[in-house]
Design a protein around this ligand. Sequence first.
Ligand SMILES: Nc1nc2c(ncn2[C@@H]2O[C@H](COP(=O)(O)OP(=O)(O)O)[C@@H](O)[C@H]2O)c(=O)[nH]1
Ligand SMILES: Nc1ncnc2c1ncn2[C@@H]1O[C@H](COP(=O)(O)OP(=O)(O)O)[C@@H](O)[C@H]1O
Length: 200
Amino acid sequence: MDDDARPAARLTVLSGPSGVGKDSVIELIRARSPWIKLSVSVTTRKKRDYETDGEHYHFVTRSEFQRLVDGDQLLEWAEFAGNLYGTPRAQVEGWLAQGRPVLLKIDLQGARQVRATMPDAQLVFLAPPSVDELRRRLIGRGTDDEDTIRRRLAHADEELAAEKEFDRTVVNDFVERAADELVGLLGSSFLTPAQPPVSS
Ligand SMILES: Nc1nc2c(ncn2[C@@H]2O[C@H](COP(=O)(O)OP(=O)(O)O)[C@@H](O)[C@H]2O)c(=O)[nH]1
Ligand SMILES: Nc1ncnc2c1ncn2[C@@H]1O[C@H](COP(=O)(O)OP(=O)(O)O)[C@@H](O)[C@H]1O
């Protein structure tokens, strides 16, 4: 396919219930598919031990977050389980302008905002093999206290019911298989993995 025939890069949204494996899939993509740009969200949530500020999230205070909202610097934002999360606008718009494939890991409310404001975006739902397996993963991760797990599982019912609003579903049965399927969906809107552009 020559450059002119290549379809424009699209924004891809990855959503799914807490504990389904979004971070695990994204870690593999980060390591293996550097041509895919991963948006780094801002959040008021507390950092987990395995997270790095500026890589997994930009961790900010509520007043810093509010300043970003007031300045229209977030593409979308939402409150999830008591914390605020948002996508910085400038970086994503810059990558899309360069024709890069961009992946956003955002919740259902954020996915709906992107659908409304950027109708060309591709919405992908990451689904668990079963609800029991989702519960096992959330508890097994060991990062959340009992109350946080309860709140996240309560949200999961709503998120699972919204699967039909998404363009595609990827089942996270095995992380590597799920990551490959997702990269395939992103790749189809830009370059194939066999010919990645020079990463910057
Ligand atoms: N709307 C929105 N949701 C986000 C953003 N960043 C992360 N989220 C979502 O917030 C929810 C909670 O994320 P997190 O606290 O990292 O917990 P985890 O999903 O259990 O790992 C998940 O559904 C994320 O997809 C963002 O920038 N905007
Ligand atoms: N395909 C899978 N099979 C088994 N365990 C998984 C799989 N994907 C993720 N996990 C585990 O499930 C837990 C939650 O995964 P995580 O990536 O933190 O989910 P999310 O980002 O969606 O909240 C972690 O302990 C992770 O190691």
